[in-house]
Design a protein around this ligand. Sequence first.
Ligand SMILES: Cc1cn([C@H]2C[C@H](O)[C@@H](COP(=O)(O)OP(=O)(O)O[C@H]3O[C@H](C)C(=O)[C@H](O)[C@H]3O)O2)c(=O)[nH]c1=O
Length: 170
Amino acid sequence: MEVETTQLAGVMLIKPQFFEDFRGEYVETYNESEYISKGITCKFIQDDISISTQNVIRGIHGDAETWKLISCLHGKFYFVVVNCDTESSDFGKWQSFTLSDKNRWQILVPPKHGNGHLVISESTIFHYKQTTYYNPKGQFTYTWNDPKLNIWWPVKNPIISRRDEEGRFV
Ligand SMILES: Cc1cn([C@H]2C[C@H](O)[C@@H](COP(=O)(O)OP(=O)(O)O[C@H]3O[C@H](C)C(=O)[C@H](O)[C@H]3O)O2)c(=O)[nH]c1=O
């Protein structure tokens, strides 16, 4: 597997090795010792999936403590990470990635960063590992089309939750 830095400090792009043969495909999605050897030393304690249909955006969500390791188990989504650390000179800086069940890319998202994804395929299974247990009160929500963040999305009228509709602007 390859681990690459990104334009955002602490955010890593992981490209797992996958194997194809006449039966299909095989990929290790997480292997603690290998990830530690590549500098990803977070202790993951909860795994989650969300399943969404085309044109759904979930996010932008985050909190002050959690590291997340994001994967696409099925389909394809446009994934955005935003620095939401109000004390950072990079506050508001964002980067997008396209994750799919073809490229098998993963993104490591540090605390104080928000993440959101738009479903490109007919449906997608979004998977992540996280280093804390679910604490809804600790989470922040920024609106996907916040004019100050000025994130580019390949959609004009996404399907979003009430929580995301009511998310705050910067
Ligand atoms: C996050 C979470 C949610 N839930 C329950 C609570 C709600 O009844 C339901 C949907 O939750 P929510 O609307 O917050 O789900 P998403 O909009 O997909 O947001 C979540 O998934 C995105 C990708 C994030 O990265 C966020 O951190 C996380 O908030 O699942 C749980 O039971 N456990 C959990 O860990």
